[in-house]
Design a protein around this ligand. Structure first.
Ligand SMILES: [Zn+2]
Length: 215
């Protein structure tokens, strides 16, 4: 299990980014994700497996929440003072819909302060492997014209997409301090022994759970 030094320093917080063969807490609340931007706010602790959501958030103690990924970007966020926590799933579809910005705004709406929020980005398919064609490239160029560095043309019909960087830029835009962002920069596609990768393994790919919990 991979952990973030930044998040590990928060008293009363437990977390982990999924790695193949590594199981999350048994009672972790996950979602049936749909590559959108909706957020499930866990209020009772009974919620689990609900569909239509890509982020899960709570302020409850002893209530582990998690999201599942294979190549997509996972983000774990916490406001240590209010103890609001969020797990966010952002593949390219969620990223271009600004799922991370929407989730951070929801944290702020329920009492978090951007200047206190710590965020770790888990392993995902990094830019060097993230080849896309013109249809995806043009969506990113259209949505984020101010950030040309998130995409690089590789050949006539291929572009390299930096999903992690696009999410980091969304965090900075929301007012998260650069020193409060930790990127666990492993490429899921490059380490078959450690990570599931949908791009590499297709339909037989597993999914890794990244989770957090307030004790
Ligand atoms: Zn790679």
């Amino acid at each position: 299990m991979i952990t973030s030094k930044l998040l590990s320093a928060v008293a009363g917080l437990e977390h982990g980014f999924g790695e193949r063969g590594n199981l999350p807490p048994q009672n972790v609340i996950t979602l049936r994700q749909v590559h959108g931007t909706q957020i499930l706010m866990v209020e009772t602790g009974e919620e689990s497996g609900e569909t239509g959501f890509d982020s899960v958030m709570t302020r409850r103690k002893n209530t582990p929440i998690g999201i599942k990924t294979a190549d997509c970007q996972s983000l774990l966020a916490v406001d240590p003072e209010t103890q609001i926590i969020a797990a966010i799933h952002a593949g390219w579809k969620g990223t271009v819909q600004r799922a991370t910005e929407v989730s951070l705004q929801k944290m702020i709406d329920v009492g978090a302060k951007a200047e206190r929020v710590l965020v770790a980005l888990g392993p995902s398919m990094l830019k060097s492997c993230y080849e896309v064609e013109g249809d995806v490239a043009s969506q990113f160029q259209k949505e984020f014209p101010e950030w040309p560095e998130i995409i690089e043309q590789k050949s006539e019909k291929k572009w390299l997409l930096d999903v992690a960087l696009t999410n980091k830029k969304q965090l900075l835009k929301m007012g998260i301090h650069p020193q409060n962002i930790d990127h666990l920069e492993y490429c899921t596609h490059c380490y078959p022994d450690r990570f599931d990768s949908f791009r590499r393994d297709g339909d037989k790919s597993g999914r890794m759970v990244s989770w957090m919990k307030i004790l």
